[in-house]
Ligand binder design. Structure first.
Ligand SMILES: [Zn+2]
Ligand SMILES: [Zn+2]
Length: 294
């Protein structure tokens, strides 16, 4: 399908890509950036049945085979065609990260990677392809743990974090705590439904544990060393840590050393709906659906 572009979101990952040294990513430039793409169907290819010319559409940010075990389970962002146990997430195929994306007049997209927008304007909907989908997947991972009385903590109240806060508000009965350095962002997400906001920093752990006996779910949209430490410190035994943020921090996980103190049942991360459960206590994981951008 040929799509005439109407809007392409720019996210933090694009800026990282522009500045990244040549050997960091497993794909070679040049390619056109733009992984939050929406527009209008310009030309319909042979065999296409679900779309017609002129229709507004959103392009999935990830490209997947549609046939493998992961795709058939609806986890296209872990398509085994591009993501293996060995490669982890680094070879995931994202339109605009590794092959041509939508910062162009036109983009070609397979039929199965397009979504009908109906009455939504492409220029409004474009960020849903990544920022909206990534945060949605992250929230969906933990919904079963968020019963009435539960606490969810969102670290990083930027673009993705503010989506996550809205999803949590709409989809779960949990109390939502947002952590961010910026007072303006904290005030903004209060308007979006966060019950409590906490300034990032040394006192964040104490302030959060003052109001709850550990978080049932922590969604870290930064993924830095200090934010992951906070996530590990505040997660409740059998809680979940989800890490869409890709600031290359680490969270010790398992028995021994620092991690013996960490009550984590599962951790999931970048682009992921994967979670691993272990030990007597908590959990940590990654879940996104888009580029994993901040
Ligand atoms: Zn697949
Ligand atoms: Zn992104």
């Amino acid at each position: 399908m040929l799509v005439k572009m109407a809007a392409a979101g720019i996210c933090g990952s694009d800026l990282h890509l522009l500045d990244a040294p040549g050997n960091v990513f497993p794909f070679d430039p040049p390619f056109t950036l733009g992984h939050e793409n929406a527009g209008y169907v310009s030309r319909v290819g042979a065999g296409v049945t679900r779309f017609s010319e002129g229709e507004p559409v959103l392009a999935a940010s990830t490209s997947s085979c549609g046939y493998c075990e992961q795709c058939r389970l609806g986890w296209d962002n872990y398509c085994l065609d591009s993501v293996s146990v060995e490669s982890r997430m680094m070879t995931m195929r994202v339109r605009g990260i590794g092959f041509d994306g939508g910062l162009a007049e036109y983009v070609t997209v397979p039929e199965r990677e397009l979504v009908h927008l109906g009455t939504l304007s492409p220029s409004v909907a474009a960020p849903l392809a990544d920022a909206g989908a990534t945060s949605y997947h992250a929230v969906r991972t933990v919904l079963a743990d968020l019963r009435p009385g539960a606490t969810a903590v969102v670290i990083g109240a930027g673009g993705l974090g503010s989506y996550a806060i809205q999803y949590l508000r709409l989809l779960s009965p949990a109390r939502v705590i947002a952590v961010d350095r910026s007072l303006a962002r904290r005030n903004y997400v209060r308007e979006l439904g966060a019950d409590l906001t906490v300034a990032a920093g040394e006192k964040a752990r104490e302030e959060i544990l003052d109001v709850c006996n550990g978080a049932h779910a922590v969604l870290d949209f930064c993924g830095a060393e200090d934010t992951l430490k906070l996530a590990g410190d505040i997660v409740k035994p059998r809680g979940a840590v989800v890490v869409p943020g890709i600031a290359f921090g680490t969270l010790p996980f398992g028995w021994g050393g620092d991690s013996a103190q960490r009550p984590v049942q599962s951790v999931s991360g970048f682009y992921s709906q994967r979670s691993c459960r272990s030990g007597p206590a908590g959990r940590a994981g990654q879940d996104t659906g888009g580029c994993g951008c901040l």
